[in-house]
Design a protein around this ligand. Sequence first.
Ligand code: AMP
Length: 438
Amino acid sequence: MAPRFQAPRGTRDLLPGDLERWQWAEAQARGVLERYGYREIRTPLFEDFELFARTSGETSDVVQKEMYRFKDLGERELALRPEFTAGVMRAYLEHGLGGRARVHRLWSAGPVFRYGRPQKGRYRQFSQLNCELVGSAAPGADIEMIALFVDVYEAWGFHGLTVVLNSLGQPATRRAYGERLREWLAPVHDRLSADSQQRLVANPLRVLDTKDEGDLALLRERGAMPRLLDQLDADDRAHWDAVLAGLEAVGIAYEIDHGLVRGLDYYTRTAFEVHDRSLGAQSALGGGGRYDGLVEELGGSPTPGVGFAIGFDRAMLVLEQRGAALPPAPPGVFVAAMEGTREEAMALTRALRRVLPADLDLEARSFGAQMKAAGKSGARLLVIVGEEEWPRGEVVVKDLAAGVQETIPRVGLAEALRARLAQAPPPRPGGATEAEKR
Ligand code: AMP
């Protein structure tokens, strides 16, 4: 019988077995972030709807079609966060972080929510790792951000990533470019999808984000597209050249994508993305860019910033597809009791669990059943709390991989077990170890 309740459409349960990979990835990313000097910031899962509307742009898809927007019981207009940057920058202003240090390097990770059409690699609740470098307009900040992005992926075992990038210039550049796009598309205007026709009025750059096959064919038909890079002013051009030179200096492969405009309104200058084609339609592993106008948009003084968001779900999908092996669970012990030592075994297990992974049978089953459970548990060592040994201050320890057994003192037991767990399993006399057979 089908269960009565299922996870809401577009959401997923991450079960033990899946989660170990996520936890490993989070730990790897944390290591990279620490070495780069980034510090964690946690902001609420929901914010004022208006915060997202202002920063992402009223005409963005995220605001128009994808927001989990709701009124709470106090009639407040709220929304589940569709991205991190707006909330992080709201917090930056609210707590006056700008007055505490010139540059802040911040990261966050957790769920974000977008009401899109679910498909492989696209969910309504998904997870992002988000980084921001606030307070520096220098090209060095863009370069650091892109290097950090790539290094997180390298820590996850991805190699040979190519970053695609473009420069969006200033709002005035984009307005001028929008005009050129309109002129360029005028001859095919009536054949564009209704969505793209609307975008051409409200926010022409968004036409380049279209996924509509007919629109894409028309874009190809029009041939050489006007380029944002040709519209840059001298300062933006110098910034762009310095970013490219910096990427070359630090050894990051890039390609220029003149059609890359990103989905949100607050980007200025550098915009970048990284794709993995094995993911099919939803191929973006992450992206980011500069948002020098965002803090002012929120009522703060002009403050430059650059950031990125990595989609955890897609990165984990690629790792799974590649069959990337998970690091093995740390080896542990199984404590087996005899009829007269059940309580002692429970107390011993609790003490051992302070320092190492330890399991036991909860159901007072026979010694034979405990042996079976120990075998299945994946424990490396079996600790038998024997009725004769325990009063003498000893226990029996059996190495399940090597099949050898010894009696050792209870005093210092945890340390003795730890030392044995740290060693490679000794060869089994006259045969292969379990590990070798596999
Ligand atoms: P964006 O802010 O849209 O560039 O998103 C950054 C990254 O988050 C993307 O490159 C994806 O990896 C991931 N992402 C965005 N939307 C979704 C979604 N609906 N489901 C899963 N991952 C997503």
